[in-house]
Design a binder for this molecule. Structure first.
Ligand SMILES: O=P(O)(O)OC[C@H]1O[C@](O)(CO)[C@@H](O)[C@@H]1O
Length: 545
């Protein structure tokens, strides 16, 4: 992979010049000028329809941005990514979540053994899941398991919970709970709801060293052994980890440890045995369909020209807004309750990956990286933060995601949902001019004084950019494809920003300091900090003494 400072490329210079022409850019005008704008700026890949035309771009913008991707060596980088080069250089690892969904027959020569290991580990998981679901594997007291508790955090929680929520329409009779936070109240609330006799606990931790997960797992195991024999632990607790020794030390039966691979990063691991709870909740056929959907997007990303490549063009939009418009954040608005955890999942995937201020040569970057993402499902978000997108002072590019077909036959609901989905992007783009707002007020019979007073508040500037991602139907396949689309978008941005997207050193500092502070709390030693930290420690200590 070449380390190229994007701002020193010819394409970047061209983009800077090109951007100067955007002072009086108007989407309304662009649509008026060119009747085929939508068609030209929409990409379709089978069930995915991605309309970029309501973005602050012209066809030339796309051309310049695509040239930037090329000049930054994206083509070679994609090849390195898919063939197992050590692109996570600071941790000396390949980045091969794509191998987890590759059929053996499609494996690159260099990756045949990774793919066959992945298939073997998936098969072990599937056999186990089938055994639990069909009742061949029973609880310590010979009962069928009916509840799963996933114990993990970060990538060992967010991916599984997001997918499980997304695929509620595909769930079986199993009830799933997710325990992630180290907060004891979170654990207690889950323990209140479950019967130890019929519950399977899945401890998910790549490192098997994460404070939150080990604390929760220990508390739950203690609770469990108060209710059932200690010997029942081996039937009720399983682990997903790449640190098999630590899992064994915790007391997990060797045959119930499902290994993860070093070459899969935590936040990209839902496709691996980390998906155990999801597979238990939706069954192995649906889990396989999820993988197949992701593989379909892998092929699209790897084999499609950049101009027509959905993840590449999505990434380039982020570069455009982040580095030229200097937008501070982006919103992700899924118009389905099923995807209510998608923004949280993407916050980890995107911000843990690309929140980096040092380039691949170890120098401080001189340009912005790491876009901030946030969001909530529509239509709820329309009644929450949309005011700021419509009339605030910030530019907030947004992804609008929806599924054309609903899961249940409620056409009245679905038509209303989709009407809002479509209307919002049109409203954000067009806004409302002063004269349009004035006409509306006149039509409503307001007096001249009232009109003069109200008019400034009724104007919408418009030109708030959106990308519409309309997918035929929410299925395990399309959800797999959607998540893989974002994974490749993240990769593309990291390549252009010349940063390492697959490490997460920034998480360490706070983690380490928390150990020291825990020591201080336990030993009531509050002095050895700045006055603010000491006072907070003391107040906490006094309230708990
Ligand atoms: O699976 P583990 O090792 O418990 O780690 C949990 C999470 O912690 C991190 O390492 C840092 O937050 C994430 O990348 C990871 O998903």
């Amino acid at each position: 992979m070449k380390n190229i400072n994007p701002t020193e490329t010819n394409a970047w210079l061209q983009l800077e010049k090109h951007f100067e022409g955007f002072d009086d850019f108007s989407l309304r005008e662009e649509f008026k000028k060119d009747a085929s704008r939508a068609q030209k700026l929409t990409l379709i890949d089978k069930d995915f329809y991605v309309d970029f035309s309501k973005n602050l771009i012209t066809e030339s913008t796309r051309t310049h941005l695509t040239a930037l991707a090329t000049e930054c060596g994206l083509k070679e980088a994609i090849n390195s990514y898919f063939t197992g080069a050590v692109i996570n250089a600071t941790e000396k690892r390949s980045v091969l979540h794509t191998a987890l969904r590759t059929p053996q027959a499609h494996a690159d020569k260099s990756l045949e053994s990774n793919v066959s290991d992945a298939i073997a580990s998936k098969q072990k998981m599937f056999d186990y899941v089938d055994g639990i679901l069909n009742g061949d594997t029973l609880s310590a007291n010979g009962k069928k398991f009916d509840t799963i508790v996933n114990i993990g955090i970060g990538g060992s929680d967010l991916g599984p919970v997001m997918i499980y929520e997304a695929l509620q329409a595909y769930k079986n009779n199993m009830t799933l709970h997710f325990v992630s936070n180290v907060e004891g109240d979170h654990v207690e609330e889950v323990l209140k709801k479950i019967n130890p006799d019929t519950t399977l606990f899945v401890i998910v931790s790549k490192s098997f060293g994460t404070q939150e997960t080990l604390t929760n797992a220990t508390t739950i195991r203690n609770w469990f052994t108060e209710k059932l024999e200690a010997s029942a632990v081996s039937k009720h607790f399983i682990a997903v980890s790449s640190n098999v020794d630590k899992a064994v030390n915790f007391g997990i039966d060797h045959k119930n440890i499902f290994p993860m691979f070093d070459w899969v990063g935590g936040r990209f691991s839902l496709w691996s045995t980390v998906g155990m709870s999801v597979a238990l909740g939706i069954g192995t056929d649906n889990f396989q369909a999820l993988l197949d959907g992701a593989h379909e997007m892998d092929n699209h990303f790897r084999n499609t020209d950049f101009e027509k490549n959905i993840p590449v063009q999505l990434a380039l939009m982020t570069i455009w807004y982040n580095n030229f418009y200097r937008a501070q954040s982006e919103a992700i608005i899924p118009y389905t309750q099923y995807l209510h955890r998608l923004p949280a999942y993407l916050q980890q995937a995107i911000m843990e990956s690309n929140g980096k201020c040092v380039d691949r040569d170890g120098n401080s970057v001189t340009y912005d990286t790491g876009n901030i993402v946030w969001g909530e499902p529509g239509t709820n978000s329309q009644h929450a933060f949309f005011q700021l997108i419509h009339q605030g002072t910030k530019l907030i590019p947004a992804h609008f995601i929806a599924f054309a077909k609903a899961k249940y036959n409620q056409p009245d609901h679905h038509n209303k949902l989709m009407a809002n989905f479509i209307a919002q992007t049109e409203a954000l783009m067009n806004g409302k001019t002063r004269s349009e707002a004035k006409k509306d007020l006149e039509r409503s019979g307001k007096s001249k004084d009232e009109i003069d007073m109200l008019l400034p508040f009724k104007v919408f500037e418009g030109d708030q950019p959106t990308t519409t991602i309309l997918i035929d139907e929410l299925t395990p396949q399309s959800i797999g494809k959607l998540i893989a689309m974002y994974e490749h978008k993240i990769f593309t941005e990291g390549i252009i920003w010349n940063i390492y997207s697959y490490d997460q050193w920034g998480v360490e500092l706070g983690k380490v300091l928390a150990d020291t502070i825990l020591d201080n709390i336990e030993n009531k030693e509050y002095a050895d900090h700045d006055s603010s930290t000491s006072a907070i420690l003391k107040r906490f200590g006094n309230l708990n003494s």
